[in-house]
Design a protein around this ligand. Structure first.
Ligand code: SF4
Ligand code: SF4
Length: 198
């Protein structure tokens, strides 16, 4: 359970970081696809499951996700159990295969925020990881991915528009939370936020 002072502190931070505004071009692009009937409603959610999901987030994205979960009262023992089970099952707390200089592969996992099929993801678009927002179907009626890809142009546009402020925020969070990473899998990143704020 999050204390009132910490909740107020996080709310004040979100007023500064403006999560939705920084994601707006990705949300607009998603709306454009939905208006053309390019949606995920018939899909099994392949991109959120261990078969295809290797999503990693910055400290700022993790903080915004964590704020979303606590402010919507979704943070409870059941969700924590799902997140920690995901970490241990997919060995996300261990280094990916590599030679010390670079990783040979990213770690895959079924995202703990993914519900089944058409229920989709519990995270609102204004707080979703950038990479999740940019990955969309480009064919109608997909049931298991295949015709989906990431809109790199929209991701680059978003990043360039927010580069300075996000670099400042990420540096600040890394320092205050004494983090050893600049990007992490969603479950590990969220638990780092929880262990600091709860
Ligand atoms: S945050 Fe949502 S969209 Fe992104 S991988 Fe998790 S379930 Fe999928
Ligand atoms: S249609 Fe594509 S983007 Fe949508 S849930 Fe399926 S794999 Fe993911």
């Amino acid at each position: 359970m999050i204390s009132q002072p910490v909740h107020l502190q996080l709310t004040a931070l979100m007023e500064e970081t403006k999560p939705r505004a920084r994601r707006q071009n990705l949300i607009d692009e998603m709306d454009r696809l939905i208006a053309s009937d390019l949606t995920c409603v018939a899909c099994s959610g392949l991109c959120c499951s261990f078969e295809a999901n290797t999503m990693m987030v910055t400290p700022l994205e993790a903080l915004e996700l964590f704020y979303f979960l606590v402010s919507r009262k979704l943070w409870d023992s059941s969700l924590v159990n799902q997140i920690t089970t995901c970490i241990s099952r997919s060995r996300l707390d261990q280094s990916p295969p590599g030679n010390g200089r670079r990783d040979f592969a990213r770690r895959s996992y079924t995202c703990p925020f993914y519900l089944e099929k058409a229920q989709g993801c519990i995270i609102s678009r204004g707080f979703k990881p950038y990479g999740c927002l940019a990955f969309n179907p480009h064919e109608a009626g997909l049931t298991a991915g295949g015709g989906c890809h990431s809109n790199q142009q929209a991701l680059v546009f978003r990043e360039e528009a927010n580069q300075r402020s996000e670099a400042r925020w990420n540096d600040r969070i890394i320092t205050q939370l004494d983090l050893s990473w600049k990007k992490e899998t969603i479950p590990v990143a969220i638990m780092a936020m929880a262990s600091h704020f709860l």
